[in-house]
Design a protein around this ligand. Structure first.
Ligand SMILES: [Zn+2]
Ligand SMILES: [Zn+2]
Length: 138
């Protein structure tokens, strides 16, 4: 294995079903609004690990998407934004996220399904050689 791969596999984000639940919860309690023509913009690097407005998890550097709401900018993960779009009826198919890295899987990407969980092909390959893929990093 290549050194450094472990860090990339560390899952900071929630799983797809967990994100879906947060979006539903947010729409019900009013923390989230129904998206219409709101457009998220990739903000790139962010300092200080801001929290995602949907899932409340930290957003790693370079992954923050900004939604302008009135004059404020709301920061979200791309994955959370996609689930939010879907819940708002603006995205026909529910997004699919990888059970390994938790990142979005593009519609035509190579995937591997293992016991109902969907992985990127390469994530599955990596996890197959590791005994405890989700063990915390000491
Ligand atoms: Zn999020
Ligand atoms: Zn993956």
């Amino acid at each position: 294995m290549v050194p450094g791969v472990r860090g990339m596999l560390r899952a900071a984000m929630l799983t797809g079903p967990e994100i879906r639940a947060r979006v539903q919860e947010g729409l019900e309690n009013g923390r989230l609004w129904r998206l219409t023509h709101d457009r998220a913009r990739l903000l790139g690097t962010t300092e200080g690990g801001p929290r995602c407005h949907v899932c409340s998890e930290q957003i790693s550097r370079g992954q923050a998407f900004g939604l302008t709401r009135s004059s404020a900018v709301v920061l979200v993960h791309l994955e959370c934004y996609m689930f939010w779009l879907h819940a708002s009826g603006l995205l026909e198919r529910e997004p699919i996220t990888c059970a390994g890295c938790r990142r979005l899987i593009p519609p035509h990407a190579e995937t591997m399904a293992v016991r109902g969980a969907v992985y990127h092909g390469r994530c599955r390959d990596r996890m197959a050689v590791r005994a405890e893929p989700m063990s915390p990093i000491a």
